[in-house]
Design a protein around this ligand. Structure first.
Ligand SMILES: Cc1cc2nc3c(=O)[nH]c(=O)nc-3n(C[C@H](O)[C@H](O)[C@H](O)COP(=O)(O)OP(=O)(O)OC[C@H]3O[C@@H](n4cnc5c(N)ncnc54)[C@H](O)[C@@H]3O)c2cc1C
Length: 414
């Protein structure tokens, strides 16, 4: 049987950041990722201000700067009466006053290239977790399918970083608390022309709501639909969809034909949940596996990365000493509970006080007026730093532990 100290299931933002940091602490770490590469369309492509600072601390700033990316400094809302600013990241403290948009696979490739420089790091692609190994009630490793057939990997600790459908947390029997959500999201792309909004732009009107993220020559578009409405809306056909978008944001009507069919539109089944306990003996959950976030604010990646940093700081020492006890694992949840719970509470408040009514109203029924907090923010623009801080930095930003810090350098890219 193969052996490692920490088996990380899932090579997403949480898993890769954790593995990189632990490898830099000299801890033997193996990442199992079920896909053959990191290429996935319509994933979170945001690298937040706090993650940019983390990359600087890890010495990866120069390498990140070479990855093609766009930056977004503001989030705004289009209304009948004009444009209102919801969040102004230029008011943030610290060196990075924006969110960078980079394809998630480029971000993950960068982390993998940095981690491969450490000899205690192993990345197994096409390695799909299938079950936990146990001995005397304690988790002692994982089973996984590889191209060479089923395998077993013994580990002192298994970290579930396998996302919101986590099989590890299910196998570990950790109870989940799910909250209702009023919406799902349709993701698609539209061409973006010179001079069109360069900020994250939302438009909410009765029955429909949409967010546009500028990505150079295209917009990444999130069209909000009522929870479970996917099948019904698809049955209405692509033209009905094009018409709805055109009514919501008329200047997009001229390019809706580029959505050739509803196959170009991908469903995100929105979930909002969290584990009550993030660990069992020999297992720890982080990122979406511990708490699936609503897409409101686009904070899932930031929380996943910050969980990983906190977990690395807590685990590295005990892992080197071979003493990862449940008490050690409980510290990770204690550290990350506050930002998780408060951010989810804010998301629930927004969805319940605003989105639910918007999405259940008949099209054209309710005039689109700015919600009160946004009206106040237009009168006192300095308040726009509050949502900017929650989204761009987060409620408890984590910094690289000393063992992971490096001087800035360009790493060799594979
Ligand atoms: C369409 C979409 C758009 C989003 N947009 C944003 C955004 O703009 N901003 C933002 O912050 N967040 C966004 N999110 C959320 C964000 O992507 C997640 O919160 C974040 O990626 C969580 O990171 P993670 O590492 O915990 O999990 P994930 O990114 O889900 O990574 C889990 C990894 O585990 C692997 N895996 C799963 N099961 C197994 C298994 N059995 N064996 C081995 N490997 C396995 C998966 O292949 C994946 O690589 C979006 C999500 C979606 C789906």
């Amino acid at each position: 049987m193969e052996r490692t100290t920490i088996a990380v299931v899932g090579g997403g933002p949480a898993g890769m950041v954790l593995a990189l940091l632990l490898a830099r602490a000299g801890v033997d770490v193996t990442v199992l990722e079920k896909h053959g590469d990191f290429l996935r369309d319509f994933r979170g492509d945001t690298v937040h201000a706090s993650t940019l600072t983390l990359l600087d601390e890890l010495g990866l700033g120069p390498s990140f700067a070479e990855v093609p990316h766009q930056i977004v400094e503001k989030a705004q809302l289009l209304t009948r009466d004009g444009v209102a600013t919801m969040a102004d990241l230029t008011r943030l403290p610290g060196p990075h006053k924006h969110i960078a948009f980079v394809p998630q696979w480029d971000f993950l490739d960068l982390l993998a290239d940095a981690a491969k420089l450490e000899k205690s790091f192993t990345l197994r692609m096409n390695a799909e977790f299938t079950g936990l190994l146990r001995s005397r009630g304690r988790v002692t490793g994982v089973r996984y399918d590889s191209p060479d057939g089923p395998r077993e990997l013994a580990a002192d600790l298994v970290v579930a970083a396998d996302g919101r459908g986590s099989l590890v947390r299910q196998e570990a029997g950790l109870p989940t608390h799910s909250f209702g959500v009023p919406m799902d999201v349709w993701w698609f792309r539209l061409p973006r022309h010179e001079g069109e909004p360069n900020a994250g732009t939302g438009r909410f009107a009765a029955g429909t709501a949409m967010v546009l993220i500028p990505r150079g020559d295209y917009f990444q578009c999130a069209f909000l639909i009522g929870k479970g409405a996917d099948r019904r809306l698809r049955a209405q056909g692509v033209q009905a969809f094009r018409d709805r978008v055109g009514r919501l944001i008329p200047w997009l009507a001229d390019r809706m034909a580029t959505v050739e069919s509803l196959d170009d539109v991908k469903l995100l089944d929105v979930k909002l949940d969290r584990l009550r306990r993030w660990h069992a003996d020999g297992v720890l959950c982080i990122g979406d596996a511990a708490h699936a976030m609503s897409p409101i604010g686009g904070v899932g990646i930031n929380l996943a990365v910050q969980d990983a940093v906190a977990a690395a700081r807590v685990i590295a020492g005990p892992a080197r000493r071979g003493r990862i006890t449940p008490d050690v694992l409980a510290k990770v949840r204690r550290r990350r509970w506050f930002p998780t719970v408060v951010t989810q509470a804010a998301q629930r408040r927004i969805q319940d006080s605003f989105l639910r009514n918007t999405l259940t109203a008949e099209e054209g029924e309710v005039p689109d007026v700015l919600p009160r907090p946004l009206r106040v923010m237009q009168r006192f623009p300095w308040l726009q730093v509050v949502p900017a801080y929650v989204v761009g930095i987060g409620l408890r930003p984590e910094h690289a532990p000393d063992f992971a810090r490096r001087a800035p350098s360009r790493i060799a890219r594979t």
